[in-house]
Design a protein around this ligand. Structure first.
Ligand SMILES: [Zn+2]
Length: 70
């Protein structure tokens, strides 16, 4: 991340630019993070649903085989 005012390279801990004193808006970074987490969570839920459907299919198929055997 660089200072939007003077372009000086900043570290993630900088609250103000060490070169020009411009306050660094960290809110943008903070607000951007939950969206990514939400998107990741949405993907995880989708993945869990797919796994559950696959498990149900495997269990159902197993019950079908057991019923055929006995
Ligand atoms: Zn600056």
């Amino acid at each position: 991340m660089n200072c939007p005012k003077c372009g000086t390279a900043l570290t993630s801990t900088d609250v103000i630019c060490p070169a020009c004193g411009n306050p660094i808006n960290l809110e943008e970074e903070i607000s951007a993070e939950p969206i990514n987490k939400k998107a990741k969570k949405k993907f995880d839920v989708k993945f869990i649903i797919i796994v559950l459907i696959l498990l149900l299919f495997i269990i159902g198929f197993g019950i079908f085989i057991i019923q055929e055997l006995f």
